[in-house]
Each structure stands twice: as C-alpha cells, then as structure tokens.
Design a protein around this ligand. Structure first.
Ligand code: TEU
Length: 542
C-alpha cells in the first residue's frame, strides 16, 4: 500500500447502468448518481468506484471503450461528470475510475486506423499471421470464444482478443501505448479523479505468443500472467502518473496467487496499492466458475485467513458486477437473507484491508430471478450457454449454470423502492428488475432501525472509527465446520469477530469463550449458542 492511500477508505462500487436512471431511458446515468449522493454519503463510504462510463459500443457493457476521453451519451455529459466529482468531493467522497487497458473496443479510432492500413496503429495491437492455415497459437479466451479473429479482410492475419472479438488486446510492448494510456490517466486525474481500478491488469503484457501448455481453461496463461513487463509498466505508471497526483490504484488480478499479489502490492516495489484476488470467490467452484458446488464455510474461512496472513493489506470484497450476489451462494441461506447480509457486513468491515461494497449489497439484494436466456444480457453468459450446448450438456443443466453464475445476477437494477420501476426508472429497464424489489428496497430499509441497511451503516461507521479494525493485526482463532473466529489487535486494543456461517445453530467453541463486552451483533440478545448466520464482534474483558 502506497503513501497516497488512506486507510480509512471504504469504497462503494457503482455499476452506472444499473444504479439510477434520471431520464427514463431505462439506463442508469450520471445525473441519477448525482441525485443519490446524499444516500451514498449516508452509508459512510468515502470513495466511489464507477464501472466504465466512457464511450462504448457496449459489447461488454462499457468494458469495450471506443473513446477513453468521452462520456457515453447514455450516461450523460462531461459537465455531468465534473458536477459528480465536485458534488461527491463536497461530501467527502473520492471518485475512482475504471481503467480498462488490456484492450480497447474494435470501434476505437486506433483500431479503425490500423484496419485502414496505418502502420503506427497496427503496432498498437497484437496482429499475427496464422501458421499454415491455422491460428497463430493455441491460446484460450475468457469469454469462451476463439481469441483470434481475422484482421479486416485478411485471410492469413489475425488479431488477439482475450475477451470478446470486439475487445482487441493492446500491444504493451509498444511504448506508444504506454504514452497514450498515461495521457488518458492524466486527463481524468486533472478532472479530480483520485485513483483507478485497473481491469485485468495482471494480464496486459504478453511475454510471447508461443503455444501454451494445454489446459482445461485458458491455455497460454503462463505467457501473460504477472509478467516482468507488466510489473515494469505498473512501476512506471505509479512513478510518472499516479504519484505526482497523489492518486492510488487497485488492480483486478485474475488467477492471482499470494506470491504474485505480494509482488504487485509490496510497498517497496511501488506498483499497486492493493489487488482484487479471486480465490475466496472460487471456493464453491470446480475448475471453472460455471460448475458450482456447495459453499463449504470452512474452505472460505481457510482461504480468508490465508490471504489475511499473507498480505499486509488488501482489497476486501464479496460482491461486484461480475459475481453472483454473495448471500445467494449459501445454499442453506433461504429464509435467512437478512441475517446473512448482516453477517457479510460483519466480515467485510472487520477483516484487515480496504472494504469494497457493491451497490445493493447494503440492502441485501439477491441474485436476479431470470426465467430464461432471453432475459439475460451478458455476453459471457450467452457465449458459455452456446458452448455448453455444443458440448451437449442437457438444457436444464445449462440454464441452471447461467442462473447460478451469470454476471447479470449482480447487474439487476438497484432497488430503491417498491414501485413498478423499483425507483430505478420510469421507463423500461435495460435488464429485468428483480421481483423481490417490492420487499427489498432502500425506501423500506431506510425506515427500519434494525434492518440490513442500518446494520451495514453501523458496521461501516465502526470500521472507520475503531483503530483496531483499521490497523490491528489479524490472528485466526478458530476455523470449524461452520464457526469462524479471529482477533484483530493493536498494542492497546483487541477485538474478536465470531461467525456462524450456517443455518444450523452451533456451539460456541470453548477456546474463544470468555467474558466480553459486545460491540456489534446481528441478533438482539446474546445466548450461549451461535444462532443461524450469527455474527458477533466482542471486546474480551481482561
Ligand atoms: O473481468 C475480468 C474477468 O476475468 C472476470 O472476472 C470476468 O468477469 C469473466 O467472468 C471471466 O470469466 C473484468 C471486468 O470486471 C469484466 O466486467 C469485463 O468483462 C472483463 O474484465 C473484460 O474487460
């Protein structure tokens, strides 16, 4: 973690197209966010990470950028953006932008000029000749596509895209690319942005385009994961762009292991401030996320403890726009939505690191309730469904895969009220609103003193006010089948967080039983046993 980073930061992630629609076109926008700033400030967060709002043909909902210096008209204007930065700042909230620099859109001017034969811009991308009528290599693709698409009308040249074919990968061997991206970053920093969330940042630099070792998924990854070239780029960006502005950066780092994470965020190396690791999000999967198993709490605990112990500081998150809603992953969670959501608030705010709260998480939103594939928008879901079909997986199974794992689960519109448009829009929403918005919504939660929202607010305020939650060391105390406990301690203070990650009551482990003062709990009373999804934060006496 670098010196520009404030340890009391709690970040709120907004997926703009699903947050609040101010003009009735069914798509959330910047004015919608501006009008929600008082609510956002009332959560106690002090930074907002905006998923991409740049000009984009929206093949991957804005993660395919066609102009890095323009706001998509769907979201508003540059004036709206400047107002958002100003108004957020007035409430003590920083704006963090999404920086998508592994790839651009194929509609970006650079790619278009490359297609028109401009040599300078050809070198911005990774364009290769096929080998004897075959593709340039055997690599895999994150979206279950072929990663090579013919370049223009060429019959033997292809461009590389690790995501959709409308997302050509940039060539980070070319110093011009670094110069362009640095310029783009300065453009936003000059407008008052405080930092960046760097999309798939650990895969940007490909060492070689040689064939990769055959794997079940993503053959070729050993040639681009956390390469030295990537480390050098991050160092340069930190030194020449971020430092002078006092800005910070969190990296989204796919497949990252502890050693790689350490190298990416070790303060002495001066690269990233923290990373989003994935291991804890993968504890309920077999090989790939599409094959989900039951979430075993003990696996989750061990994974959390491992990462807490292995890094001095990291990003703490349980939801984002790519993952199903976390509380929907507990198969025995039915009927305990509120307790579960509060338990996750307890986890997110007591682990060591910077908490990221995803829009709707603070009211306990659940997975989308899609009935069929026509209701799903996400490109990845459609591709994976088609691939599963080509593999002859039964249709009921295919649909179940999408239902459980689709990224759209987290992208359903924010539930502001019980109204028909959920207070999100007066028009037709771009993605189906969850039926349960009649029950789960901000308006209802705001009127409750003991509801989910009130609990998230309380936990966020504790996280920011208790030094021990901010600076304390992490020590795991107990990792049982469903019960998890750990201590956070500074020289002067020690607190213990206890969780029962199950719908069944559990015994309080003897080793952590002691006289203590209760700081927070998602139950009104204290009992000897731990009730379903109970969370307690206590201060042991003596
Ligand atoms: O995601 C990177 C990524 O690899 C996954 O989390 C992704 O969601 C996919 O499911 C892999 O199976 C980032 C963004 O967060 C995501 O929204 C983008 O689609 C992707 O990069 C490409 O820019």
């Amino acid at each position: 973690m670098g010196k520009n980073f404030k340890r009391d930061t709690v970040v709120y992630q907004i997926y703009p197209r699903s947050y609040r629609d101010s003009d009735g076109d069914g798509i959330g926008d910047l004015r919608g966010i501006i009008s929600s700033l008082d609510y956002i400030a009332s959560l106690g967060v002090n930074a907002i990470w905006l998923s991409p709002i740049y000009q984009s043909p929206d093949d991957d909902n804005g993660y395919d950028i066609s102009d890095y210096k323009a706001i998509s008209p769907k979201f508003g204007t540059m004036d709206d953006f400047d107002e958002l930065v100003r108004e957020a700042k007035a409430r003590g909230i920083d704006i963090i932008m999404d920086l998508v620099i592994n790839h651009t859109s194929d509609e970006h001017e650079w790619f278009q000029r490359a297609l028109h034969g401009e040599e300078k811009y050809r070198k911005y991308y990774i364009i290769e000749k096929g080998q004897d009528g075959k593709l340039p290599n055997n690599w895999g693709n994150f979206f279950a596509e072929c990663p090579w698409t013919p370049f223009g009308d060429s019959t033997d040249e292809y461009y590389l895209h690790l995501f959709s074919k409308k997302q050509p990968d940039l060539n980070w061997h070319n110093p011009d690319v670094l110069a362009e991206i640095s310029d783009i970053m300065r453009f936003w920093l000059d407008r008052g942005v405080r930092g960046f969330r760097c999309d798939v940042i650990n895969i940007i630099y490909k060492n070689t385009l040689a064939d990769g070792k055959k794997r079940f998924i993503l053959t070729g990854q050993e040639h681009y994961l956390s390469t030295d070239g990537c480390h050098n780029i991050l160092k340069t960006l930190r030194e020449t762009v971020l430092e002078p502005y006092g800005a910070w950066a969190v990296g989204e780092t796919v497949f990252v292991n502890l050693k790689q994470a350490r190298d990416l965020c070790d303060e002495s190396r001066g690269e990233l401030d923290m990373v989003f690791s994935f291991e804890h999000m993968e504890v309920d999967q077999m090989v790939v996320k599409w094959f989900k198993t039951k979430l075993k709490p003990q696996k989750l605990m061990r994974c959390l403890s491992k990462w807490q112990g292995g890094l001095d500081w990291n990003a703490i998150y349980f939801e984002n726009h790519d993952q199903p809603r976390f509380i929907s992953r507990f198969s025995d969670g039915e009927g305990y939505r509120e307790k579960l959501s509060m338990m996750v608030a307890g986890l997110a705010m007591t682990l060591r690191g910077t908490p990221f709260v995803f829009e709707g998480q603070e009211i306990g939103m659940t997975n989308g309730d899609f009935q069929n594939l026509d209701e799903v928008e996400d490109i990845e879901s459609h591709n994976v469904y088609a691939m599963a079909k080509s593999l002859h997986l039964p249709s009921a199974y295919r649909w179940r895969m999408i239902q459980r794992t689709s990224r759209d689960n987290a992208r359903t519109p924010m539930q502001w009220s019980a109204d028909e448009g959920a207070g999100f829009t007066t028009g037709t929403p771009w993605l189906k609103i969850n039926h349960n918005h009649t029950e789960i919504n901000v308006e209802r939660e705001s009127a409750r003193e003991d509801g989910v929202l009130a609990f998230w607010r309380y936990m966020i305020s504790l996280r920011k006010s208790l030094d021990v939650l901010m600076d304390g060391d992490f020590t795991p105390l107990y990792e049982g089948r469903t019960v998890y406990a750990y201590a956070r301690a500074t020289r002067g203070e020690r607190v213990v967080a206890i969780f029962n990650m199950s719908a069944k009551s559990a015994k309080m482990p003897k080793s952590i039983l002691c006289e203590s003062e209760l700081i927070a709990s998602n139950y009104d009373t204290v009992e000897d046993t731990l009730r379903p999804f109970e969370f307690r934060l206590v201060r042991p006496l003596a």
